[in-house]
Design a protein around this ligand. Structure first.
Ligand code: NAD
Ligand code: IPM
Ligand code: MN
Length: 348
């Protein structure tokens, strides 16, 4: 069987540690299920920026086009490169260029993980709009550095962009418990979010089996802590989805548990898989980062590539390890110990 061509961008900080752990597990899954991954590693990172003056080469996007999928660790090293430079130079352009408009982020407790809420039985799928909204990059500053300075950040919501993400959310809800919550702030934001609510109502008409709730982002933040078990699919704008998915990670037990897939429904374009967390400079290079979020993201990549059985086996191996108490709390086990436990569960 032809190997899957994977563009590997480990990036910065713990991105490197967790990418290495993930590839060990995915290779083992390939050996077990009869396929191979052919990774090409791109050193695009803040270090690369310091050397070359750009986060990736000018033809970087063109280069990525030929791959079956992109796997990214994390990007950002604010001590040397401003975040707005590094993220707008690599991660965000990839999401936009390949129309990876659906960012899928599952939040549930793995076996043996208690999480800070001691809540049980929640299973949330956050569908985050991933290419526009508050991340448009449009705006500017006038009178910079002066007393009358004004900074404007323009959130752009198009009918095409809003409709497709809401439809994507409904399609996911149809495959799950058929409940969708649309998250806005349409009490304060009177243009974009009122528009979002209208489009949600329009699209909802095509999915009569799905029950729909509308919630404001502030109330949703409270709900995710107080009653996460009542939620099924959440659809949110780029920024709101970003914030809610770190909250989702927290209730799962920490940022080391939250996986994510940046999906381009256009199969001619590569999708990208990466954990929700960042480069964690505070713990980088110490073999203490939790690789579970990254490995789970790798399992999502296998599923996307058509290897559903291998994907399920990786998830099962994660739960076997956590079920044995491995990696269930921050600081309990090293990156390599957790990876080894997952590998041995997979190979058993
Ligand atoms: P972060 O997610 O890197 O870290 C937040 C906290 O969570 C830190 O205390 C960190 O140690 C902990 N943490 C994160 N992942 C962990 C893991 N796997 N195991 C154990 N602990 C973990 O967020 P931040 O500190 O806001 O950002 C650091 C850098 O990463 C910044 O440059 C930021 O812009 C960037 N960032 C990148 C991505 C990405 O590439 N997808 C995502 C988020 C942040
Ligand atoms: C994420 C990250 C990114 C985002 C940052 C690093 C630009 O926080 O993937 O959640 O906000 O999308
Ligand atoms: Mn985030």
């Amino acid at each position: 069987m032809t190997p899957y061509k994977i563009a590997l961008i480990p990036g910065d900080g713990i991105g490197v540690d967790v990418t290495d752990a993930t590839m060990q597990v995915l290779d083992a899954a390939g050996a077990k299920f009869g396929f191979a991954l052919e990774p090409t590693t791109f050193p695009w990172s803040c270090e690369y920026y310091l050397e070359h003056g750009a986060m990736m080469p000018a033809d970087g996007i063109e280069t990525l086009k030929g791959f079956d999928a992109i796997y990214l660790g994390a990007v950002g090293w604010p001590a040397t490169v401003p975040d707005a430079v590094s993220l707008h130079g690599l991660l965000l352009p990839i999401r936009k260029a390949f129309k990876q408009y659906a960012n899928i982020r599952p939040h549930r407790l793995l076996a043996g993980v208690e999480g800070p809420l001691k809540a049980e039985g929640f299973d949330i799928l956050c569908i985050r709009e991933n290419t526009e909204g508050e991340y448009s990059g449009a705006g500017g500053r006038v009178h910079q550095g002066q007393g009358n300075e004004v900074a404007v950040e323009t959130a752009i919501f198009t009918r095409e962009g809003v409709e497709r993400i809401i439809r994507f959310g409904f399609e996911q809800a149809m495959m799950r418990r058929k409940h969708l919550t649309s998250v806005t702030k349409s009490n304060a934001q009177k243009f974009s979010m009122v528009f979002w609510d209208e489009v949600t109502r329009e699209v909802a008409a095509d999915y009569p089996e799905v029950t729909v709730s509308h919630m404001h982002i502030d109330a949703m933040a409270a709900k995710m802590v107080m009653a996460p078990q009542d939620l099924d699919v959440i659809v949110a704008s780029n920024l709101f989805g970003d914030i809610l998915t770190d909250l989702g990670a927290a209730i799962q037990g920490g940022l080391g548990f939250a996986a994510s897939a940046n999906i381009s429904p256009d199969r001619a374009l590569p999708s990208m898989f990466e954990p929700v967390h960042g480069s964690a400079p505070d713990i980088a290079g110490q073999d203490i980062a939790n690789p579970i979020a990254a490995i789970w993201s790798g399992a999502m990549m296998l599923e996307h590539l058509g290897q559903a059985e291998a994907s399920a086996a990786v998830l099962k191996a994660l739960e076997t390890a956590t079920g044995q108490g491995i990696g269930i709390r921050p600081g309990l086990n090293s990156t390599s110990e957790i990876t080894a436990a997952i590998l041995s569960a997979l190979e058993a």
